[in-house]
Ligand binder design. Structure first.
Ligand code: PXP
Length: 244
């Protein structure tokens, strides 16, 4: 079984910084710390309204952080232009507006094939590894394949938000989607809402190559520090992967 990569999403360090409008806490400092704590990549979402990560943060992350950057972005001409200018390692296309989403919240790739096709094409052409943040839904996986995106990121929000039989059902859906991704030749990632309590069953899915985790790690860092929260997550992922 391949190693499971951890992408640390630093958006909410910027959320706290922006609450006061200054420079502290700096998400780029958090990215450097995440690298030292064992992260395999840094994820940042440059939202259209710039509510957390800013253009300057992306400039500085690209200039100073050695880890691969996964730029989360809406499928808009402005964001495609920014991605093509920076050429991050990866770009994950996420929905920002309600009409771009499926009922659960992933990108409705199947419903906007013609809108997405030229943007995915331009990013792939530039050598950026494109992923689509989708629900664990066979139609959305087929759409990703049809669009030529090499990677899908499965939305784990519903799995994390529910307990009991509904969580089991969501986990089964994610397991089936990861198997479908492998059969389609797509690299499979997962993320959204993952925490210490929920990560193990997802990390144990062999077809998943990367988890992107942010809000919980930054929140937990208030109590234990960012280094400790990332190291604990890494340990739980590695143990689940090793079948312990
Ligand atoms: N993956 C994607 C595509 C996301 O948009 C987000 C949230 O920005 C995450 C993973 C991380 O989610 P969380 O912050 O809840 O861990």
């Amino acid at each position: 079984m391949g190693k499971l990569r951890l992408g640390v999403n630093i958006d909410h360090v910027a959320t706290i910084r922006n609450a006061r409008g200054g420079a502290h806490p700096d998400p780029v400092r958090a990215a450097a710390l995440a690298a030292a704590a064992g992260a395999d990549g840094i994820t940042a979402h440059l939202r259209e309204d710039r509510r957390h990560i800013t253009d300057d943060d992306i400039d500085r992350l690209m200039d100073t952080i050695a880890l691969p950057l996964n730029l989360e972005m809406a499928a808009t001409p402005e964001m495609v232009e920014i991605a093509l200018r920076h050429k991050p390692h990866a770009a994950c296309i996420v929905p920002e507006r309600r009409e771009e989403r499926t009922t659960e919240g992933g990108l409705d790739a199947a419903g906007q094939l013609e809108h997405l096709r030229p943007m995915v094409g331009a990013l792939v052409e530039a050598g950026i590894r494109v992923s689509l943040f989708i629900e664990a839904d066979p139609r959305q996986l087929d759409a990703a394949r049809a669009l030529g995106a090499p990677v899908v990121e499965l939305h784990t929000g519903a799995y994390c938000d529910h307990a009991g039989p509904r969580r089991d059902k969501e986990l089964a859906r994610i397991q089936a989607a990861a198997a479908q991704a492998a059969a389609l030749g797509l690299e499979c990632h997962a993320g959204h809402g993952l925490a210490f309590e929920t990560v193990a069953p997802i990390a144990a899915i062999a077809a998943i190559a990367e988890l992107n985790i942010g809000h919980f790690l930054i929140g937990e860092a208030i109590f234990t520090g960012l280094d400790a929260s990332i190291r604990r997550m890494r340990q739980l992922m590695d143990q689940a992967r090793a079948g312990q």
